[in-house]
Design a binder for this molecule. Structure first.
Ligand SMILES: Cc1cc2nc3c(=O)[nH]c(=O)nc-3n(C[C@H](O)[C@H](O)[C@H](O)COP(=O)(O)OP(=O)(O)OC[C@H]3O[C@@H](n4cnc5c(N)ncnc54)[C@H](O)[C@@H]3O)c2cc1C
Length: 366
């Protein structure tokens, strides 16, 4: 089977790689370079314990988290790239998002090693934390990776498995004939395929306008800051009003805003000030660290904040994998697995009903 994957973010690269390993002839079409948008901008947190561990989304997230150790070693073997998978754990100061109830909910996932820290135990574990933090939850299972390296590794692995990478190729249309996806157009150029997967992140809806119904995927901007982190101040990731992510390669990432700002490519004074204020409040010594870079990215968001995965109703051979919002890095391995199973004619190995595009496409295409 010949498959065209539109979008070279983590979702497109991971799925193209899985499809090629399964024997498909895959072309990945990316208008810029792999990881140029949200997937390169993210913080790389792999934190699947949300508000509840009992939802379909939580099951998807947990399944993906469980795939990570295997993915990390497979990518290292194939490409030589170390994606900096750090498994120390994340501290959630109780002054912010976490609560006793949260700790109880999280404790339902025993493999995450959830532990409540009180009094001096907090600073004994992470001395740089503000003395104001007298209670915190340590989630040993909340890991992180270097997402820029992850996308590069997935893209290289995909190429090594036979994927043709068409960078600098902006897809303008999906070609549909007699109710079947036949390929895509990139201006005057046409690419033919038996199946088309739309994985264009926050831009996916722009490709669906001519399909009879528009997928309501929108951007949610996130601003980020990196500080030089040598010698390191933090050992653990700290997640309060902002999160602080210590990378082995010597940066401390601080993120992230969540803004409805369209595709405005801007870092704002308010965004940076808010993140720095929150970070310094949690870890006062970061105030002395030099800022090395600031950036932004556009998370693909759907109105119910859930991913959109599956076949496009009414058009044979057309598929979507997008709207991973705040968790696309975490969800890449399971998305690739599920889409590959599905596109090759099998049944997804995990419950996917809640993620079908049908929930937004009441109007059938003509
Ligand atoms: C600041 C920030 C922090 C985040 N932190 C985390 C985190 O800690 N953990 C986590 O799991 N997730 C995080 N996320 C979310 C995660 O980054 C996204 O959910 C994920 O990257 C989405 O991947 P994607 O491949 O769908 O989209 P993208 O990475 O945006 O990729 C889409 C690609 O499609 C290309 N494209 C678009 N239109 C076309 C076209 N017409 N033709 C060809 N190519 C096209 C784009 O150039 C782009 O490369 C964060 C996001 C942001 C912005």
């Amino acid at each position: 089977m010949t498959v065209l994957v539109v979008g070279g973010g983590v979702i497109g690269c991971a799925t193209a790689y899985a499809l090629a390993k399964a024997g498909c002839a895959v072309t990945l079409l990316e208008r810029a370079a792999p990881g140029a948008e949200a997937s390169g901008a993210a913080a790389g947190l792999l934190a699947p314990l949300g508000e509840s561990t009992q939802t379909a989304f939580a099951r998807l997230a947990l399944a993906s988290w469980r795939l990570y150790p295997g993915v990390v070693s497979e990518l290292r073997e194939r490409t030589g790239i170390d994606v900096e998978h750090v498994t120390r754990g994340t501290i959630y100061p109780q002054t912010a998002t976490a609560s006793a109830e949260q700790a109880r909910e999280w404790a339902l996932a025993p493999e995450f090693g959830v532990q409540v820290l009180e009094g001096r135990d907090v600073q004994e574990l992470e001395p740089a934390l503000s003395p104001k933090v007298r209670r915190a939850i340590l989630v040993r299972g909340d890991h992180w990776i270097n997402n820029q390296r992850l996308v590069t590794a997935y893209a290289q692995a995909a190429v090594s498995a036979g994927v043709e990478l068409a960078v600098g190729t902006e897809v303008t249309d999906v070609v549909v004939e007699r109710g079947r996806a036949r390929g895509v157009a990139a201006g005057a150029e046409r690419f033919e395929g038996d199946a088309v997967l739309l994985a264009a992140g926050a831009w996916t809806s722009q490709l669906t306008g001519a399909l009879g119904a528009r997928l309501p995927v929108e951007p949610r901007r996130g601003q980020m800051i990196a500080l030089a982190h040598l010698p390191p101040v933090l050992t653990y990731c700290v997640h309060g009003e902002a999160y602080l992510v210590p990378r082995p390669s010597g940066e401390l990432l601080i993120g992230a805003t969540v803004e409805n700002a369209g595709f405005r490519r801007e870092i704002t004074a308010e965004g940076v000030a808010g993140l720095l204020r929150a970070a310094i409040d949690l870890v006062p010594s970061v105030r002395d660290l030099p800022i090395t870079r600031t950036w932004y990215g556009f998370r693909p968001w759907a109105p119910d904040s859930l991913p959109i995965l599956g076949p496009w109703p009414g058009i044979e051979g057309l598929w979507v994998a997008t709207a991973h919002f705040r968790n696309g890095i975490l969800l890449a391995p399971i998305t690739a697995q599920v889409m590959c199973e599905w596109m090759l004619g099998g049944r997804p190995s995990i419950e996917v009903k809640e993620f079908l595009p049908d929930r937004f496409l009441r109007e059938r295409p003509k």
